[in-house]
Design a protein around this ligand. Structure first.
Ligand SMILES: NC(=O)c1ccc[n+]([C@@H]2O[C@H](COP(=O)([O-])OP(=O)(O)OC[C@H]3O[C@@H](n4cnc5c(N)ncnc54)[C@H](OP(=O)(O)O)[C@@H]3O)[C@@H](O)[C@H]2O)c1
Length: 330
C-alpha cells in the first residue's frame, strides 16, 4: 500500500479548492494542513476537506508536524516570499504560476531551493496533462514533420474590478502573468527558448496589461504568434504547424482537451483526453514521485525552464512597458 503523503496549502482561494478536490485521485495523497491569513477561514476550509491542521498565518505552517510538501496558491506577488519561507524551513514546494513576478524573484527562489536542498517545482499543470504529453509524443515521432510555426491564444472577459487579483498591479495583475503564461509555455516547450521577442499591449486604467500580442522567433526562424487577453473572450486554442501536417489542441488547450492531427488527404485523427476532476492531480503526483525518489526538481519541468520563462516574461514586459511594485523590491 502507498504510504500517505501529507500536503499543505498556503492561500485558500479559488485554485486551492480545486487542488484540494483533485488530491483524492492520487492514492496516498491527503490534505494535512492549510494556512490562511485568517484562522476562521482556514478552519472553515479545513473542515470542508477533513484537514488535521488549520493555521491563521502562513508562517505557522512550516512548523506543522509530518508535512511532506506545500502548494503555494497565493497571488503571484506573494509567490517568492511564501516559497522562500518554505525553502528555508526545508519544506518542498509546488508553486503556482506565474512562478514569480520577475526573473529576479524566481532566481532567489531557485537559489533558496538549492541552498537548502529542498524540492521546488512550478505548478505548470499543463505540462503533465495527458493531452500535452500526447502532443509532445506526436512531435517527437515526427507525425507532422518539422515544426514550422505555433499559434496559441488565451482570452476571457472578467468583470472589471480594480481591487481584484486580475486587475490590481499590487498583486501583479494583468493578462500576461495570469494567462499569457500558457501560450508562452507551449511555445517554449515545443520550440525552445525564443531568440527574439516582440510584443504590444493595451494597458488598462489600473496600469496592467489587458490585451497582449507577442511574437517569438525561435531557432531556425520558426515563429510563435501568441495572444493573451482579459479584454475579450478568445477561443483558447493552440495550433502547431508542421511540414507534414498540423496539430490542433482544441479549446481550452491548457486543460484536459481534445487533440486533432490534421494531415492533407487524410481524415483528422481526433482524441478526446478526459480527466477525473480538474486535472491538477497529475502535477501533484509528479511532485510526490520526485520527492519519494529524493529528487530536488522535476526532470519534466526543471527549474531552469521556469527561470527562462520568467526571463522571457520580463522581456515581454519591457516591450509593453508593464511595471509592478514588486520590481522595486530587492
Ligand atoms: N493552475 C491553474 O489552473 C490556476 C488557476 C487559477 C489561478 N492560478 C494561480 O493561483 C494563484 C491564486 O489564484 P486564485 O485564482 O486562487 O486567486 P484567489 O481566488 O484570489 O485566491 C488567492 C488567495 O491568496 C491569498 N492571499 C494572500 N495575499 C493576498 C492578497 N494580498 N490579496 C488577495 N489574496 C491574498 C488569499 O488566501 P487567504 O485569505 O486564505 O490567505 C486568497 O484567497 C495565482 O498565482 C494564479 O495565477 C492557477
Amino acid at each position: 500500500m502507498e504510504q500517505s503523503f501529507n500536503w499543505g496549502i498556503i492561500g485558500l482561494g479559488r485554485i486551492a479548492h480545486k487542488f484540494a478536490q483533485d488530491l483524492k485521485y492520487i492514492p496516498g495523497a491527503r490534505l494535512h494542513a492549510v494556512a490562511a491569513r485568517d484562522l476562521g477561514r482556514a478552519q472553515e476550509f479545513g473542515k470542508q476537506y477533513q484537514v488535521t491542521h488549520a493555521y491563521g498565518t502562513y508562517e505557522e505552517i512550516v512548523n506543522c508536524p509530518d508535512l511532506h510538501a506545500v502548494y503555494v496558491a497565493t497571488p503571484h506577488s506573494s509567490h517568492a516570499e511564501n516559497t522562500i519561507m518554505c525553502m528555508q524551513a526545508g519544506i518542498p514546494v509546488l508553486c503556482e504560476k506565474a512562478f514569480a513576478v520577475n526573473a529576479h524573484e524566481s532566481d532567489r527562489m531557485i537559489a533558496a531551493a538549492r541552498k537548502h536542498g529542498t524540492f521546488l517545482m512550478e505548478a505548470f499543470w499543463t505540462r503533465f496533462l495527458p493531452s500535452t504529453l500526447s502532443v509532445q509524443n506526436e512531435i517527437d515521432k515526427g507525425t507532422i514533420g518539422d515544426v514550422v510555426g505555433l499559434k496559441a491564444d488565451f482570452g476571457f472577459k472578467p468583470v472589471f474590478d480594480p481591487s481584484s487579483r486580475l486587475f490590481d498591479p499590487q498583486l501583479a495583475g494583468g493578462a500576461l502573468l495570469d494567462i499569457g503564461v500558457y501560450p508562452l509555455f507551449l511555445a517554449m516547450l515545443f520550440l525552445g527558448k525564443p531568440e527574439e521577442i516582440i510584443a504590444k499591449a493595451y494597458l488598462g486604467p489600473t496600469g496592467v496589461d489587458e490585451d497582449t500580442a507577442i511574437i517569438l522567433r525561435h531557432e531556425g526562424n520558426v515563429l510563435s504568434h501568441l495572444h493573451a487577453s482579459i479584454r475579450m473572450g478568445t477561443k483558447t486554442e493552440a495550433y502547431l504547424y508542421g511540414s507534414k501536417g498540423t496539430i490542433l489542441m482544441h479549446s481550452r488547450f491548457h486543460e484536459p482537451c481534445k487533440v486533432s492531427i490534421l494531415q492533407e488527404g487524410e481524415r483528422p485523427q481526433v482524441t478526446q483526453f478526459d480527466s477525473p476532476g480538474f486535472g491538477y492531480h497529475y502535477e501533484a503526483a509528479e511532485v510526490m514521485r520526485c520527492i519519494r525518489q529524493g529528487l530536488k526538481e522535476s526532470p519534466a519541468l526543471p527549474l531552469a525552464f521556469s527561470q527562462t520563462m520568467m526571463e522571457s516574461l520580463d522581456e515581454i514586459r519591457r516591450h509593453i512597458g508593464l511595471v509592478y511594485p514588486n520590481d522595486f523590491l530587492k
